[in-house]
Design a protein around this ligand. Structure first.
Ligand code: PMP
Length: 382
């Protein structure tokens, strides 16, 4: 059996065109992007170009792009940066129950440390945040609300525009982790009304270890830096810039903005075929999350009576995942699926398939064969 990679939500392969954009920066260029000599200016020009592309991907301003070492850091900067600079009278933070660990655990840590008072916004059985649930928790004492655009485990989309409208009316800041959404579907922070948006390179066929927090002028002015030093990135993220990584992120953002529509249409057909085939071949299969509002590349599938970890290892060399890769190894069921009301048993029987730019029909055939055999095998051993 040949390998197939269906774990794009954990990390997507580097696009060769992104590699081409990065290679000369690594091989030929020299100089610190802050230096005034011509070498430095060349580096700064590459960074500026990337800033335009990253801003373009999410509908932000180039001057509002703060490059970070990934979405984890961007999320930390949004939450901790806002908490540290919080004005009097706004001690509360609202975070959805299905956020990535880099939002959920940061908020929990801020709350445990007594820096903020945290309220967790529940989700519907379909896995999305109901704007009315946000409204209920909002008040003049809320500093920041964080709700992701698309969930990494289920692909379910949140009604970000409706949520942002309510958050803004309460005078709070709205942070949106768009890590999974940005390269896959149109996302325009200006139209939606988001103040702070996180993105990551390796989810959009760019390099890992690089990302950005994109903010409005007003929101960025309300953040404290996490990393102090020479005052790079508007004083919000000191440290000589990772120019090759940033150039790669910029190229990945440019390609994703150009191609996401056609790519998502193609990938959506493959994802639907995968699910249809699994449902046709196996009994006791159902999808988690509202399928009518979901990323086109993701399916979270429960195979009743088959432990997902066992299914996953029996599927090797076809790569899928159970829950978020960032919490793999933990014996806890997926917090996302549990927040949606799944039993622990059903959560432990759920596998995530996530497709992307280089997924082929042959990959889907392999995944169907391998999942069907794995589930039958695991069920027969139970
Ligand atoms: N947010 C979401 C929704 C994610 O899926 C991930 C990656 N698993 C992150 C944040 C963290 O991104 P990074 O790997 O760039 O730190």
């Amino acid at each position: 059996m040949r390998e197939a990679y269906l774990d794009y939500n954990a990390s997507a392969p580097l696009d060769p065109r992104v590699f081409e954009a990065m290679a000369p920066v690594l091989a030929d260029d020299v100089g610190n992007a802050s230096s005034v000599h011509r070498f430095g200016r060349r580096q700064a020009a590459a960074v500026d170009e990337a800033r335009q592309h990253v801003a373009g991907l999410v509908g932000g301003r180039p001057a509002g792009v703060v490059f970070t070492a990934g979405a984890t850091e961007a999320n930390n900067l949004a939450l901790r940066g806002a908490a540290e600079a919080a004005p009097e009278g706004r001690p509360r933070m609202l975070v959805s129950a299905v956020e990535h660990a880099s939002v959920a655990r940061t908020a929990r840590w801020l709350s445990d440390s007594g820096v903020v008072k945290l309220d967790v916004i529940g989700v519907t059985p379909g896995g999305f945040v109901d704007p009315a649930a946000v409204e209920e928790l909002l008040g003049p004492d809320v500093l920041l609300v964080s709700v992701m655009a698309a969930n990494s485990e289920t692909g379910v989309l949140n009604p970000v525009g409706e949520i942002a409208e309510r958050v803004r009316a309460a005078g709070a800041m709205f942070h949106c982790d768009a890590t999974q959404m940005a390269g896959r579907m149109p996302f325009d922070m200006a139209t939606l009304g988001a103040d702070l948006v996180s993105v990551s390179g390796h989810k959009i066929c760019g390099p890992g270890g690089v990302g950005a927090l994109v903010g409005t002028r007003h929101a960025l002015a309300r953040l404290s830096p996490l990393i102090h030093g020479g005052g790079h990135e508007r004083g919000l993220r000191s440290g000589s810039l990772n120019v090759a990584g940033i150039a790669g992120l910029g190229a990945a953002a440019r390609i994703a903005a150009d191609e996401r529509e056609s790519e998502s249409a193609r990938v959506g057909v493959l994802r639907d075929r995968l699910v249809d085939e699994l449902e046709a071949r196996l009994a006791g299969v159902h999808q988690n999350g509202d399928a009518s509002r979901r990323l086109p590349n993701t399916a979270n599938v429960c195979f009743e009576g088959a432990d997902a970890e066992a299914v996953m290892s029996n599927m090797d060399p076809v790569a899928v995942s159970t829950g978020s890769a960032c919490s793999a190894g933990s014996i806890e069921p997926s917090a996302v699926l549990v927040a949606m009301g799944l039993s622990h048993e059903a959560a432990f029987e759920s596998v995530r398939f996530s497709l992307g730019r280089f997924t082929t029909a042959a990959d889907i055939d392999r995944a169907v064969e391998s999942a069907t055999a794995a589930v039958s095998r695991v069920r027969s051993m139970a």
